[in-house]
Design a protein around this ligand. Structure first.
Ligand code: SF4
Ligand code: FES
Length: 198
């Protein structure tokens, strides 16, 4: 893979062709916020908190840094008024679902997001998919999945798999930016684990 050069926040950056903007920025110490990204997992592009502005082939657009591959002479801005507005709105929507999330609260402070802007719908899950994808891609167990769609979408442990695999594992727990995963696990534990394991 050959190296290419691009510009991120005014800094000249050399990066291997094909890596994401997020990875290229990390290499030079430029931090871009993320919520659904994990280095062991395939790029997902779910939360859009990593949105950045790019100038490419005469056009300016907003793209997800965790998905968009670098290209020669790409110009990237990670902090603009427009991006701050996007991140603020996204965080406000997520905080309506998970107002107690410490990770969201920290980002809310950074981007001036008002956790009370939207009416609370405490589903707790922000649909980042980290738990589902980690279990599928890293553990190869598929003990978790999403059920329903849209606003009703929520994660669910598959009882037949979870009762065999999850008790000794729980590696997905620290990945969850909210308390949704732990809450779902408490529920499935009560429903499907034998009393001596609880
Ligand atoms: S339960 Fe947590 S880790 Fe899983 S999708 Fe929801 S917010 Fe993400
Ligand atoms: S971290 Fe890029 S979309 Fe979530």
């Amino acid at each position: 893979m050959s190296d290419i050069s691009l510009q991120i926040d005014g800094k000249e950056v050399i990066a291997p062709e094909g890596v994401t903007i997020l990875r290229a920025a990390e290499r030079v110490g430029i931090s871009i916020p993320t919520l659904c990204h994990h280095q062991k997992l395939e790029p997902y592009g779910g939360c859009r908190v990593c949105s950045v502005e790019v100038d490419s082939r005469g056009r300016t657009s907003v793209v997800a840094a965790c998905l968009f591959p670098v290209e020669q002479d790409l110009v990237v801005r990670t902090r603009t008024k427009k991006l701050e507005r996007i991140r603020k709105s996204l965080l406000e929507m997520m905080l309506a679902h998970a107002p107690d999330s410490e990770q969201l609260q920290a980002l809310a402070v950074e981007y001036g997001a008002d956790k009370d802007r939207f009416e609370k719908e405490a589903s707790f899950c922000i649909h980042c998919g980290l738990c589902v994808r980690y279990c599928a891609e890293v553990k190869k167990k598929n003990a978790l999945g999403f059920i329903d769609r849209g606003a009703r979408k929520e994660i669910c442990f598959i009882p037949e798999i979870a009762s065999k695999e999850c008790w000794e594992c729980k590696e997905c727990f620290p990945l969850c930016p909210t308390s949704a995963l732990q809450a779902a696990f408490v529920l499935i534990k009560a429903l499907s684990f034998p009393p001596e394991s609880t």
